[in-house]
Design a protein around this ligand. Structure first.
Ligand code: ZN
Length: 277
């Protein structure tokens, strides 16, 4: 049975990429004024900023810094590049710590020049290498499985089952899974996978948007909740049954919406959240 609609915005988090034209100061002001309670910060918005000060700005605006997006991209046929990725992830962990968030989302990466199994082995090695840093900073790492259309370069982890396996293999309190409906809605094993994720205390984040039909761009044509074919409320019921009651994060990459008036768009986001999430 589907859960009740959300009656307020107390669990609403928005990814800064959703309103890409806004800088982090505009995000703090506009999200706060709209009654949004959480923000997932994409690293590009921190460039040139004093990070602890930015964290304070968000908190003083009533916004919880839910996570930092993103780390990962571990695999490469080139050993030097794998080491650079590990170093970059250490910098991301440091940024998360200074911003005051306890979570980084990992887009784990893939290299089309090698088999997916090899990329997954390198993801395991990469995450393992940065685990001590994550633990020392008190920052958790959420493995986000990506839709298989991104298996060539963005992620060799494409299902909730593979993400669960990776998290269980690493078996650390600092590593878990991010469930993003855009990537996972089609999977017949999703309900079971979410249940297993919760049972192992690995369910760290929940991202929403919608799958438009037709989709004109595989990366940047995500829909607002209610615009597509994802059974959002049903998936939310699985996530909540698995024990997750954290933020519901709106993450929409859209060339169409980025061109529109962002104040109007933000209004649409909060309306669609209450109506369809
Ligand atoms: Zn996501």
């Amino acid at each position: 049975m589907n859960p009740e609609p959300l009656t307020d915005l107390s669990r609403l988090c928005i990814h800064t990429i959703t309103t890409k034209p806004w800088n982090i100061e505009e995000v703090a002001e506009k999200y706060s004024a709209a009654g949004v309670k959480g923000v997932t910060v994409w690293r590009n918005t921190l460039e040139g900023r004093n990070i602890p000060e930015t964290g304070r700005l968000l908190r003083n605006s009533g916004l919880d810094a839910v996570s930092l997006c993103r780390g990962g991209f571990f695999p490469s046929t080139d050993r030097k590049k794998r080491q650079e990725a590990i170093d970059e992830n250490r910098r991301a962990i440091d940024e998360a710590f200074r911003l005051g968030t306890g979570l980084i989302v990992l887009v784990c990466g893939a290299d089309p020049a090698q088999p997916l199994e090899v990329s997954r082995e390198q993801i395991y090695e990469g995450i393992s290498a940065v685990l001590p840093d994550a633990g020392a900073a008190g920052v958790k790492l959420a493995i986000e499985p990506l839709h298989p259309m991104f298996a060539d370069t963005r992620s060799a982890i494409n299902t909730i089952g593979q993400a669960n396996e990776m998290a269980e293999k690493i078996s650390s309190p600092w590593v878990g899974v991010a469930v993003d409906v855009y990537h996972l809605w089609w999977d017949p094993d999703l309900e079971k996978g979410i249940e297993r994720c919760g049972r192992n205390n690995n369910l760290l984040a929940f991202h929403i948007s919608d799958w438009k039909s037709p989709t004109v761009d595989l990366l940047n044509d995500r829909g607002l909740m209610g615009e597509g074919c994802i059974p959002l409320r049903k998936i939310r019921s699985w996530v909540e049954k698995a024990g997750f009651n954290g933020f519901i994060e709106v993450e929409i990459f859209s060339d169409i919406y980025w061109k529109q008036d962002q104040d109007e768009f933000l209004k649409k986001v909060t309306e669609a959240y209450l109506k369809y999430a």
